[in-house]
Design a protein around this ligand. Structure first.
Ligand SMILES: Nc1ncnc2c1ncn2[C@@H]1O[C@H](COP(=O)(O)OP(=O)(O)OP(=O)(O)O)[C@@H](O)[C@H]1O
Length: 308
Protein backbone atom coordinates (compact mmCIF):
# COMPACT_ATOMS: atom_id res chain seq x y z
CA UNK A 1 0.00 0.00 0.00
CA UNK A 2 1.23 3.46 -0.86
CA UNK A 3 2.38 5.54 2.07
CA UNK A 4 0.88 8.72 0.65
CA UNK A 5 -2.47 10.09 1.84
CA UNK A 6 -3.17 11.24 -1.72
CA UNK A 7 -1.19 10.43 -4.83
CA UNK A 8 -1.96 12.05 -8.16
CA UNK A 9 0.02 10.94 -11.19
CA UNK A 10 -0.08 12.68 -14.57
CA UNK A 11 -3.74 13.61 -14.18
CA UNK A 12 -5.26 15.58 -17.03
CA UNK A 13 -8.82 16.83 -17.23
CA UNK A 14 -10.31 18.06 -20.46
CA UNK A 15 -13.90 19.22 -20.03
CA UNK A 16 -16.50 18.69 -22.71
CA UNK A 17 -15.92 21.43 -25.20
CA UNK A 18 -12.17 20.87 -25.04
CA UNK A 19 -11.09 23.07 -22.12
CA UNK A 20 -8.04 21.62 -20.41
CA UNK A 21 -8.55 22.32 -16.70
CA UNK A 22 -5.71 20.07 -15.49
CA UNK A 23 -2.55 19.34 -17.43
CA UNK A 24 -0.50 16.27 -16.35
CA UNK A 25 -0.68 17.06 -12.65
CA UNK A 26 1.56 15.14 -10.25
CA UNK A 27 1.05 15.64 -6.52
CA UNK A 28 1.73 13.64 -3.40
CA UNK A 29 0.17 14.55 -0.09
CA UNK A 30 2.09 12.81 2.70
CA UNK A 31 0.11 11.16 5.48
CA UNK A 32 -0.26 13.43 8.49
CA UNK A 33 0.31 16.65 6.55
CA UNK A 34 -1.62 19.89 6.50
CA UNK A 35 -1.26 20.51 2.82
CA UNK A 36 -2.19 23.73 1.10
CA UNK A 37 -3.36 23.87 -2.49
CA UNK A 38 -3.05 27.43 -3.69
CA UNK A 39 -3.96 28.99 -6.96
CA UNK A 40 -5.92 31.82 -8.54
CA UNK A 41 -9.57 31.50 -9.56
CA UNK A 42 -10.03 28.92 -12.26
CA UNK A 43 -6.62 27.31 -11.69
CA UNK A 44 -8.13 23.83 -11.42
CA UNK A 45 -8.19 23.25 -7.65
CA UNK A 46 -11.86 22.29 -7.41
CA UNK A 47 -11.54 20.08 -10.48
CA UNK A 48 -8.74 18.18 -8.77
CA UNK A 49 -10.69 17.81 -5.54
CA UNK A 50 -13.83 16.73 -7.37
CA UNK A 51 -11.84 14.05 -9.20
CA UNK A 52 -10.70 12.69 -5.83
CA UNK A 53 -14.27 12.74 -4.56
CA UNK A 54 -15.58 10.95 -7.63
CA UNK A 55 -17.68 13.91 -8.80
CA UNK A 56 -15.60 14.63 -11.91
CA UNK A 57 -14.05 11.98 -14.17
CA UNK A 58 -10.43 12.59 -15.10
CA UNK A 59 -9.46 12.30 -18.73
CA UNK A 60 -6.04 10.72 -18.11
CA UNK A 61 -3.73 9.69 -15.30
CA UNK A 62 -3.97 7.88 -11.99
CA UNK A 63 -5.06 8.94 -8.53
CA UNK A 64 -5.27 7.17 -5.21
CA UNK A 65 -6.50 8.03 -1.73
CA UNK A 66 -4.90 6.30 1.25
CA UNK A 67 -3.41 3.78 -1.15
CA UNK A 68 -6.71 2.98 -2.90
CA UNK A 69 -6.81 3.66 -6.62
CA UNK A 70 -9.92 5.74 -7.39
CA UNK A 71 -10.70 3.65 -10.50
CA UNK A 72 -9.79 0.18 -9.26
CA UNK A 73 -11.08 0.58 -5.73
CA UNK A 74 -13.52 3.51 -5.76
CA UNK A 75 -15.45 2.43 -2.64
CA UNK A 76 -12.41 2.32 -0.41
CA UNK A 77 -10.99 5.48 -1.99
CA UNK A 78 -14.27 7.32 -1.28
CA UNK A 79 -14.46 5.92 2.24
CA UNK A 80 -10.98 7.33 2.93
CA UNK A 81 -11.77 10.94 2.10
CA UNK A 82 -14.14 13.58 3.42
CA UNK A 83 -14.67 16.65 1.28
CA UNK A 84 -16.07 19.98 2.39
CA UNK A 85 -17.13 21.86 -0.73
CA UNK A 86 -17.32 25.61 -1.12
CA UNK A 87 -21.10 25.72 -1.13
CA UNK A 88 -23.12 25.07 1.99
CA UNK A 89 -25.35 22.12 1.15
CA UNK A 90 -27.84 20.63 3.56
CA UNK A 91 -31.55 20.65 4.02
CA UNK A 92 -32.48 23.61 6.24
CA UNK A 93 -35.43 21.71 7.73
CA UNK A 94 -33.31 19.03 9.34
CA UNK A 95 -31.52 19.51 12.64
CA UNK A 96 -27.73 19.16 12.77
CA UNK A 97 -28.12 15.75 14.46
CA UNK A 98 -30.49 14.57 11.71
CA UNK A 99 -28.22 15.99 9.00
CA UNK A 100 -25.29 13.94 10.32
CA UNK A 101 -27.43 10.84 10.76
CA UNK A 102 -28.69 11.01 7.17
CA UNK A 103 -25.17 11.52 5.88
CA UNK A 104 -23.92 8.54 7.93
CA UNK A 105 -26.75 6.49 6.41
CA UNK A 106 -25.56 7.48 2.93
CA UNK A 107 -22.13 6.12 3.80
CA UNK A 108 -23.74 2.96 5.24
CA UNK A 109 -22.27 3.60 8.68
CA UNK A 110 -24.13 1.20 11.02
CA UNK A 111 -26.22 2.93 13.72
CA UNK A 112 -24.06 1.58 16.53
CA UNK A 113 -20.99 3.12 14.92
CA UNK A 114 -22.43 6.57 14.25
CA UNK A 115 -20.64 9.39 16.01
CA UNK A 116 -23.30 12.08 15.69
CA UNK A 117 -22.99 13.64 19.14
CA UNK A 118 -19.23 13.18 19.27
CA UNK A 119 -18.87 15.07 15.97
CA UNK A 120 -21.26 17.80 17.05
CA UNK A 121 -19.23 18.21 20.23
CA UNK A 122 -16.04 18.39 18.18
CA UNK A 123 -17.39 21.27 16.08
CA UNK A 124 -18.90 22.95 19.16
CA UNK A 125 -22.49 22.46 18.01
CA UNK A 126 -23.64 20.10 20.74
CA UNK A 127 -26.20 22.56 22.08
CA UNK A 128 -27.61 23.03 18.56
CA UNK A 129 -28.11 19.31 17.93
CA UNK A 130 -31.90 19.66 17.83
CA UNK A 131 -32.17 23.14 16.30
CA UNK A 132 -33.21 23.60 12.70
CA UNK A 133 -30.11 23.95 10.54
CA UNK A 134 -31.58 27.10 8.99
CA UNK A 135 -31.36 28.85 12.37
CA UNK A 136 -27.59 28.37 12.58
CA UNK A 137 -25.21 31.25 11.98
CA UNK A 138 -22.91 31.19 8.95
CA UNK A 139 -20.03 29.95 11.06
CA UNK A 140 -22.11 27.21 12.63
CA UNK A 141 -23.24 26.06 9.19
CA UNK A 142 -19.66 25.82 8.01
CA UNK A 143 -18.72 23.81 11.10
CA UNK A 144 -21.67 21.51 10.46
CA UNK A 145 -20.36 20.99 6.90
CA UNK A 146 -17.05 19.85 8.33
CA UNK A 147 -18.79 17.45 10.74
CA UNK A 148 -20.83 16.14 7.81
CA UNK A 149 -17.65 15.35 5.88
CA UNK A 150 -16.37 13.39 8.88
CA UNK A 151 -19.30 11.03 9.53
CA UNK A 152 -17.51 8.05 8.00
CA UNK A 153 -14.28 8.78 9.91
CA UNK A 154 -12.07 9.31 6.86
CA UNK A 155 -8.32 9.63 7.46
CA UNK A 156 -8.16 12.48 4.90
CA UNK A 157 -10.20 15.66 5.06
CA UNK A 158 -10.28 18.09 2.14
CA UNK A 159 -11.56 21.61 2.63
CA UNK A 160 -12.24 23.57 -0.54
CA UNK A 161 -11.88 27.25 0.32
CA UNK A 162 -13.32 26.88 3.79
CA UNK A 163 -12.85 30.53 4.67
CA UNK A 164 -13.95 32.19 1.44
CA UNK A 165 -16.20 35.09 2.34
CA UNK A 166 -16.16 34.55 6.09
CA UNK A 167 -15.17 37.23 8.58
CA UNK A 168 -11.90 37.25 10.48
CA UNK A 169 -13.29 35.89 13.77
CA UNK A 170 -14.97 32.98 12.09
CA UNK A 171 -11.91 32.29 10.01
CA UNK A 172 -9.85 32.02 13.17
CA UNK A 173 -12.39 29.59 14.66
CA UNK A 174 -12.31 27.42 11.57
CA UNK A 175 -8.51 27.33 11.47
CA UNK A 176 -8.50 26.44 15.15
CA UNK A 177 -10.73 23.50 14.40
CA UNK A 178 -8.60 22.43 11.43
CA UNK A 179 -5.61 22.42 13.76
CA UNK A 180 -7.51 20.27 16.28
CA UNK A 181 -8.44 17.78 13.56
CA UNK A 182 -4.88 17.63 12.37
CA UNK A 183 -3.62 17.13 15.91
CA UNK A 184 -6.00 14.17 16.21
CA UNK A 185 -4.16 12.48 13.32
CA UNK A 186 -6.18 13.53 10.29
CA UNK A 187 -4.42 14.49 7.06
CA UNK A 188 -5.83 17.84 5.97
CA UNK A 189 -5.77 19.33 2.48
CA UNK A 190 -7.13 22.80 1.99
CA UNK A 191 -7.46 25.15 -0.90
CA UNK A 192 -7.31 28.80 -0.13
CA UNK A 193 -6.70 32.20 -1.61
CA UNK A 194 -5.38 33.47 1.72
CA UNK A 195 -1.69 33.04 1.22
CA UNK A 196 -0.72 34.20 4.67
CA UNK A 197 -2.99 31.59 6.21
CA UNK A 198 -1.56 28.82 4.09
CA UNK A 199 1.83 30.01 5.23
CA UNK A 200 0.76 29.96 8.86
CA UNK A 201 -1.17 26.69 8.77
CA UNK A 202 0.28 24.38 6.13
CA UNK A 203 3.51 22.43 6.36
CA UNK A 204 3.59 21.88 2.61
CA UNK A 205 2.15 23.94 -0.22
CA UNK A 206 1.48 23.24 -3.86
CA UNK A 207 0.72 26.08 -6.24
CA UNK A 208 -1.44 25.38 -9.23
CA UNK A 209 -1.93 27.78 -12.11
CA UNK A 210 -3.70 27.22 -15.44
CA UNK A 211 -4.07 23.53 -14.59
CA UNK A 212 -0.36 22.99 -13.95
CA UNK A 213 1.51 22.52 -10.70
CA UNK A 214 4.15 25.24 -10.60
CA UNK A 215 5.48 24.56 -7.10
CA UNK A 216 5.18 21.81 -4.49
CA UNK A 217 7.44 22.29 -1.53
CA UNK A 218 7.67 22.50 2.24
CA UNK A 219 6.26 25.91 3.18
CA UNK A 220 9.60 27.25 4.44
CA UNK A 221 11.40 26.33 1.23
CA UNK A 222 8.72 27.99 -0.81
CA UNK A 223 8.99 31.20 1.17
CA UNK A 224 12.77 31.11 0.70
CA UNK A 225 12.24 30.91 -3.02
CA UNK A 226 11.08 34.49 -3.15
CA UNK A 227 14.04 36.07 -4.86
CA UNK A 228 12.84 39.63 -4.94
CA UNK A 229 13.46 41.69 -1.88
CA UNK A 230 13.00 45.37 -1.28
CA UNK A 231 14.70 48.09 0.74
CA UNK A 232 12.95 51.32 1.55
CA UNK A 233 15.55 54.06 1.66
CA UNK A 234 15.25 57.65 2.86
CA UNK A 235 17.95 59.93 1.47
CA UNK A 236 19.11 63.34 2.60
CA UNK A 237 18.11 65.38 -0.43
CA UNK A 238 14.95 65.43 -2.51
CA UNK A 239 14.96 62.79 -5.24
CA UNK A 240 14.97 64.45 -8.62
CA UNK A 241 15.89 61.57 -10.88
CA UNK A 242 15.55 57.98 -9.80
CA UNK A 243 18.88 56.11 -9.70
CA UNK A 244 19.19 53.32 -12.28
CA UNK A 245 22.06 51.13 -11.10
CA UNK A 246 22.35 47.80 -12.87
CA UNK A 247 21.78 45.77 -9.69
CA UNK A 248 18.36 47.39 -9.08
CA UNK A 249 15.37 45.55 -10.49
CA UNK A 250 12.96 48.39 -9.89
CA UNK A 251 13.02 51.79 -8.19
CA UNK A 252 9.89 53.61 -7.07
CA UNK A 253 9.56 56.99 -5.38
CA UNK A 254 7.50 56.82 -2.15
CA UNK A 255 7.72 60.51 -1.21
CA UNK A 256 10.07 63.42 -1.89
CA UNK A 257 13.13 61.78 -0.32
CA UNK A 258 12.11 58.11 0.10
CA UNK A 259 12.22 55.34 -2.48
CA UNK A 260 11.70 51.60 -2.62
CA UNK A 261 14.43 49.66 -4.37
CA UNK A 262 13.67 46.09 -5.41
CA UNK A 263 16.57 43.72 -6.01
CA UNK A 264 17.13 40.01 -6.47
CA UNK A 265 18.69 38.42 -3.45
CA UNK A 266 20.31 35.73 -5.60
CA UNK A 267 22.29 38.46 -7.40
CA UNK A 268 23.12 41.08 -4.77
CA UNK A 269 22.72 41.71 -1.07
CA UNK A 270 21.25 44.73 0.70
CA UNK A 271 24.76 46.11 1.45
CA UNK A 272 25.68 46.15 -2.23
CA UNK A 273 22.39 47.84 -3.09
CA UNK A 274 23.08 50.60 -0.57
CA UNK A 275 26.67 51.00 -1.75
CA UNK A 276 25.40 51.36 -5.33
CA UNK A 277 22.97 54.02 -4.14
CA UNK A 278 25.80 55.89 -2.43
CA UNK A 279 27.81 55.72 -5.66
CA UNK A 280 24.85 57.27 -7.45
CA UNK A 281 25.34 60.33 -5.21
CA UNK A 282 22.72 59.77 -2.50
CA UNK A 283 23.37 60.13 1.20
CA UNK A 284 21.28 57.57 3.04
CA UNK A 285 19.63 58.61 6.30
CA UNK A 286 17.26 55.67 6.92
CA UNK A 287 16.72 52.12 5.64
CA UNK A 288 14.13 49.39 6.23
CA UNK A 289 14.01 45.99 4.54
CA UNK A 290 11.00 43.94 3.73
CA UNK A 291 10.98 40.16 4.07
CA UNK A 292 9.46 38.21 1.24
CA UNK A 293 6.22 36.41 2.01
CA UNK A 294 4.22 33.83 0.16
CA UNK A 295 2.46 36.51 -1.83
CA UNK A 296 5.82 37.41 -3.36
CA UNK A 297 6.61 33.77 -4.09
CA UNK A 298 3.28 33.29 -5.71
CA UNK A 299 3.57 36.39 -7.87
CA UNK A 300 7.14 35.57 -8.87
CA UNK A 301 6.32 32.00 -9.77
CA UNK A 302 3.18 32.79 -11.73
CA UNK A 303 5.00 35.61 -13.54
CA UNK A 304 7.99 33.40 -14.33
CA UNK A 305 5.84 30.59 -15.66
CA UNK A 306 3.72 33.01 -17.69
CA UNK A 307 6.78 34.43 -19.42
CA UNK A 308 8.46 31.02 -19.88
N1 LIG B 1 -18.03 21.47 -16.06
C1 LIG B 1 -17.15 22.26 -16.65
N2 LIG B 1 -17.13 22.41 -17.99
C2 LIG B 1 -16.22 23.20 -18.60
N3 LIG B 1 -15.27 23.91 -17.94
C3 LIG B 1 -15.24 23.81 -16.60
C4 LIG B 1 -16.18 22.99 -15.88
N4 LIG B 1 -15.90 23.08 -14.56
C5 LIG B 1 -14.84 23.92 -14.45
N5 LIG B 1 -14.45 24.36 -15.68
C6 LIG B 1 -13.34 25.27 -15.97
O1 LIG B 1 -12.14 24.68 -15.53
C7 LIG B 1 -11.28 25.67 -14.96
C8 LIG B 1 -10.86 25.24 -13.56
O2 LIG B 1 -11.98 25.37 -12.69
P1 LIG B 1 -11.90 25.00 -11.15
O3 LIG B 1 -13.23 25.22 -10.55
O4 LIG B 1 -11.29 23.67 -11.01
O5 LIG B 1 -10.86 26.09 -10.64
P2 LIG B 1 -10.52 26.53 -9.14
O6 LIG B 1 -9.03 26.59 -9.10
O7 LIG B 1 -11.18 25.67 -8.18
O8 LIG B 1 -11.10 27.98 -9.10
P3 LIG B 1 -11.92 28.71 -7.93
O9 LIG B 1 -10.89 29.12 -6.95
O10 LIG B 1 -12.53 29.86 -8.65
O11 LIG B 1 -12.91 27.73 -7.41
C9 LIG B 1 -12.03 26.98 -15.02
O12 LIG B 1 -11.58 27.70 -16.13
C10 LIG B 1 -13.48 26.56 -15.19
O13 LIG B 1 -14.18 27.52 -15.93
Amino acid sequence: MSEAAIKIEAVTKIYQGGFKALDTVDLTVPRGAIYGLLGPNGAGKSTLINILGGLVNKTEGKASVWGFDIDENPRNAKASIGIVNQEITFDPFFTPAETLDIQAGMYAVPRAKRRTMELLRAVHLEDKARAYSRTLSGGMKRRLMVAKAMVHSPPVLVLDEPTAGVDIDLRQQLWEYVRELHASGITVVLTTHYLEEAEELCDRIAIINHGKVIADQPTRELVNMAQEKAVVVTVEKDIETLPAQSCFEKVEKVDRNTMTITYRKDKVNAGEVLTALGEAGHTIIDVTTREADLEDVFLNLTREKASA
